[in-house]
Design a protein around this ligand. Structure first.
Ligand code: ZN
Length: 189
């Protein structure tokens, strides 16, 4: 590569890559935030809690394969290998659901497979769940009833059980976010 691949340059390259892939994607919340806000938040949570560089890069890229499958040129695992290397691409793959399976199966598999993930993938998936719990609490999708939000938070908690142990700071942040989400939902009931 001609350009120097310093840490900030690499992180910004992944951020720009994700921003382009998600250019037309929006969050499900009522305010329909640009989707890239979510992956930036996930990367920030990882960076602030001492996650390794590969996990931060994978955090920025974690939804590019799953969310580009309808695009004219879907992002493939091979493309991520070519652009960001084997390690980052593998962490993204570990955090990507098999979209050919029904939603309920995918949710059950997330709980089952969580303990078998690499440490970097555990950190990424925990940061993803933290971001999603914040969104479900602060800016829920307009069509999500109270019971559905409670169910989601409970499921995220069950996935998180298998993701813990790789990064104590993230484990603690997840627990605090989970408690806050449950308290907010209880107050709304
Ligand atoms: Zn995500």
């Amino acid at each position: 590569m001609d350009q120097p691949d310093t840490t900030p340059a690499q992180i910004l390259r992944a951020a720009v890559f994700a921003a382009r892939v998600h250019a037309t994607h929006r969050r499900k919340g009522a305010s329909a935030e640009p989707y890239v806000n979510h992956v930036l938040e996930v990367a920030r949570i990882l960076a602030e809690n001492g996650a390794p560089q590969e996990a931060i890069l994978a955090g920025l890229l974690h939804d590019t394969v799953e969310d580009s499958d309808q695009d004219p040129e879907p992002i493939t695992h091979e493309r991520l290998v070519a652009e960001f290397g084997e390690t980052v691409a593998r962490i993204v793959a570990e955090a990507t659901d098999d979209k050919s399976l029904p939603k309920e199966t995918r949710k059950a598999l997330q709980v089952k497979h969580a303990p078998k993930k690499s440490d970097a993938a555990k950190m990424l998936k925990l940061a993803d769940k933290i971001s999603n719990l914040r969104a479900i609490t602060a800016a829920p999708p307009a069509n999500w009833e109270h019971a559905r939000r409670v169910e989601y938070v409970g499921w995220a908690g069950r996935v998180a059980v298998g993701l813990k142990g790789a990064n104590p700071a993230l484990d603690a942040l997840f627990d605090a976010t989970y408690r806050e989400a449950m308290a907010t939902l209880a107050a709304e009931a």
